[in-house]
Write a protein that binds this ligand. Structure first.
Ligand SMILES: [Zn+2]
Ligand SMILES: [Zn+2]
Length: 112
């Protein structure tokens, strides 16, 4: 291999790495809580929610289990036990709702 050949190989390799790195950054930048990238979402939200809340959130497509509206960034999200039994942690029994919806669910339950 001549010195020139070696240099062009290094240049090619460098260009390939630079290209793939750029691509990677683009993908990362495109990641949003709504694109199904669960790892990204749970990592990002781990400060705000525990793993279970994040899981249910993903299952519900980030929509409130009561009013069906999407949660806004930074909004209070409550984990609600559908059957009212706070020891029942089966996924089927859990739903995430807005704080206001959660209050409404419990208030209306008490009244009826
Ligand atoms: Zn709601
Ligand atoms: Zn509740």
């Amino acid at each position: 291999m001549t010195k020139q050949q070696a240099e062009s190989l290094v240049k090619k390799a460098f260009a390939a790495v630079a290209h793939s790195e750029n691509k990677h950054i683009m993908v990362k930048g495109d990641a949003s809580p709504f694109n199904g990238d669960t790892v990204y979402w749970s990592k990002r939200e781990s400060k705000h929610y525990d793993g279970l809340t994040a899981k249910v959130l993903i299952k519900q497509d980030h929509k409130c289990g009561y009013c069906g509206l999407r949660f806004v960034d930074g909004e209070d999200i409550h984990l609600h036990h559908i059957d009212g039994n706070h020891n029942n942690w089966k996924p089927k029994n859990l739903t995430v709702v807005h704080q206001s919806c959660h209050q409404y669910i419990h208030t209306s339950k008490r009244e009826t």
